[in-house]
Write a protein that binds this ligand. Structure first.
Ligand code: GDP
Length: 471
C-alpha cells in the first residue's frame, strides 16, 4: 500500500527494509516511524494523517461522574438448542406492563425492552446464543451486561450449555442460571446445580455467588423471580450512563428494507438519540429520519440501553458497528468516507493470535496469561493436552484454556477464540469449512497436531528459546 502511494516497487521497499535490519514480507504492516523513515529514504514527502485527525475518538471522552444516571441492564439469553431460549424470550416479552398500550404491535427488531411494574426497564437482545455474543465482542462491542443461561431441567448440561458458560466467562459477564422446563415430571433442577459445579458455576444454594432460578417458559412460572434476579444483578453492577449528551450506540442488526431503505437497530449506549440527529454509523452516515421501537411506535428520542430502529442511513452497516452523533453532515460524510477506505486495511492488519505473539510477549518479560482453545478427538486426549499445557505454565506465562472439547473445530470455537485473541489447538481434528472461513476473516490461528510431544515440544522449545539462558 505504501509502495503504491509512493509509486515505487513493493520489492524495493522490502529490500530497503531488509537493509535497515527489518526482514518483512510484502504485505506485512509496519509501524509509523519505520514508514516515515522509508518514505524519507525514497525521497518523498510525508503528511501525517492520524486517525484522530479524521476519525472520531471513541470512548475517550469520559462522562463526568455527576452526569451519570442509572440505565437499564442489557441481557442476552444463551443455552443449548431446544432448552427454551426462544420460549423464554417470548415469555419475558409478555411481562411488559405497557405491552398493548397505544396499539403497539410487536416488531422483531433484534432487541426489545420491557417496562416492569415498578417502572424500571430491562432490555433483552433477541438473538439468543453465544455465537452472536462473541462475534459482537470480537468487534469490540460489549453490549451485554448480564447473561441468562437457560438449562432444561429434564435434559441437563449439553455441549452448547458448556460453550455458553465458557463464552460468558471469557467475556467476564455475570451469569444467572435459569433452570427451565421445571413443569415437566422428569425435571431434576438439583442435578443441574450439581452438574454446574463441574464447570465452576457455583449457584447460591451450593455456597456460590451465581444466582439461579427455576422457571417454566411455557407455563410462565418463575418469570418474576428471574426478573428480580436480573434487577439485583444490575444493581450490583451499578450500570450508569450520561443521557444528556450526543448519542453513541452499537448496531445490533441491520438490513435493507424494500420500502424503507437501509434500517439499523441500534442500542444506545450513552446520550440520547433524537430525530434529526446527524450521525456516523460504521462506514455509513445519515440523519435520523425516524426512530421506531420494538412495538412499532415512532419515537422522538431514545436514551441509554434503549434499542431502536433508525431510518435515514446512507447504506447498511454491520452488526457491532458503532454509531456516533456528529455536528454536521459534512463531518459525518468525511468520517464515513475515511472509514470506508481504512476499514478494509484495519481488518487485515489485526495481529493474528498465535504462539508467536505469546513468545514476543514473553520476550518483554511480562507475566502473561495466554488464552487457548483446545479441541481433540477423544475426551482422554483433551484432558492429556490440557494437563500438558497447564504443566508448561510458569511464573512468566500462564496458559488459560478458555474452552476445550471433543470434536472438530466449529464456528463457536472460532468466535470464542477470536473474541479473546486466542489460537485454537486441534489435535487429530480439523476445522469445518465455515469455521475455517471465520478463522480466516477474524485472523484466528488454527494449529493442528497429531503427536502430543510435538505440541508440547513446540511450546516448550519456543518458550526456552525466547526466555534465553537467564530464564
Ligand atoms: P431454543 O432452541 O432454546 O430456542 O428452544 P425453544 O424455545 O424453541 O423450545 C424448544 C422446545 O421446548 C419447544 O417445543 C418448547 O415448547 C419447549 N419448551 C420450552 N420451554 C419449556 C418449558 O418451560 N416447559 C416445557 N414443558 N416445554 C418447554
Amino acid at each position: 500500500e505504501l509502495a503504491i502511494r509512493m509509486a515505487e516497487k513493493g520489492a524495493d521497499l522490502v529490500k530497503a527494509l531488509f537493509k535497515m535490519g527489518m526482514p518483512v514480507t510484502l504485505t506485512q504492516t509496519i509501524d509509523q516511524d519505520t514508514a516515515e523513515l522509508l518514505v524519507t529514504e525514497f525521497g518523498h514527502n510525508i503528511t501525517r494523517v492520524s486517525d484522530s485527525d479524521v476519525d472520531l475518538a471513541t470512548d475517550t471522552v469520559e462522562d463526568a461522574p455527576e452526569s451519570l444516571k442509572p440505565r437499564p441492564p442489557v441481557v442476552t439469553i444463551m443455552g443449548h438448542v431446544d432448552h427454551g431460549k426462544t420460549s423464554l424470550l417470548d415469555a419475558l416479552r409478555g411481562t411488559d406492563v405497557v405491552k398493548g398500550e397505544a396499539g403497539g404491535i410487536t416488531q422483531h427488531i433484534g432487541a426489545y425492552q420491557v417496562t416492569l411494574k415498578d417502572k424500571s426497564k430491562v432490555t433483552f437482545l433477541d438473538t439468543p446464543g453465544h455465537e452472536a455474543f462473541s462475534e459482537m465482542r470480537a468487534r469490540g462491542a460489549n453490549v451485554t451486561d448480564i447473561v441468562v443461561l437457560v438449562v432444561a431441567a429434564d435434559d441437563g448440561l449439553m455441549p452448547q450449555t458448556i460453550e455458553a458458560i465458557n463464552h460468558t466467562k471469557a467475556a467476564g459477564v455475570p451469569m444467572i442460571v435459569a433452570i427451565n422446563k421445571v413443569d415437566k415430571p422428569e425435571a431434576n433442577p438439583q442435578r443441574i446445580r450439581e452438574r454446574l459445579l463441574e464447570h465452576e458455576v457455583v449457584v447460591e444454594e451450593m455456597g456460590g455467588e451465581t444466582q439461579d432460578v427455576e422457571v417454566s417458559a411455557t407455563k410462565k412460572t418463575g418469570l418474576d423471580q428471574l426478573i428480580e434476579k436480573i434487577q439485583l444483578q444490575a444493581e450490583l453492577l451499578e450500570l450508569r450512563a450520561n443521557p444528556d449528551r450526543d448519542a453513541e450506540g452499537t448496531v445490533i442488526e441491520a438490513k435493507l428494507d424494500k420500502g424503507r431503505g437501509p434500517v439499523a437497530t441500534v442500542l444506545v449506549t450513552r446520550g440520547t438519540l433524537k430525530v434529526g440527529d446527524v450521525f456516523v454509523i460504521g462506514a455509513e452516515s445519515g440523519k435520523v429520519r425516524a426512530l421506531v421501537n420494538d412495538k412499532g411506535m415512532q419515537l422522538k428520542e431514545a436514551g441509554p440501553s434503549m434499542p431502536v430502529e433508525i431510518l435515514g442511513i446512507t447504506g447498511v452497516p454491520a452488526a457491532g458497528d458503532p454509531l456516533q452523533v456528529v455536528e454536521n453532515e459534512a463531518r459525518a460524510r468525511e468520517v464515513a468516507a475515511y472509514r470506508a477506505g481504512v476499514i478494509q486495511a484495519k481488518r487485515t492488519t489485526n495481529a493474528p493470535a498465535s504462539l508467536d505473539s505469546m513468545f514476543s510477549a514473553l520476550k518483554e518479560k511480562q507475566a502473561i496469561e495466554y488464552p487457548l482453545v483446545v479441541k481433540a478427538d477423544t475426551q482422554g486426549t483433551v484432558e492429556a493436552i490440557v494437563g500438558a499445557i497447564n504443566k508448561i505454565s510458569t511464573d512468566l506465562i500462564k496458559a488459560r484454556v478458555l474452552h476445550s472439547g471433543v470434536g472438530g473445530i466449529t464456528e463457536s470455537d472460532v468466535t470464542l477464540a477470536g473474541a479473546s485473541g486466542a489460537p485454537i489447538i486441534g489435535f487429530n481434528v480439523r476445522a469445518n469449512a465455515k469455521a475455517r472461513e471465520i478463522a480466516e476473516r477474524q485472523k484466528v490461528a488454527l494449529k493442528y497436531y497429531d503427536v502430543i510431544y510435538e505440541l508440547t515440544d513446540e511450546i516448550r522449545a519456543g518458550m526456552a528459546g525466547e526466555l534465553g539462558p537467564e530464564a
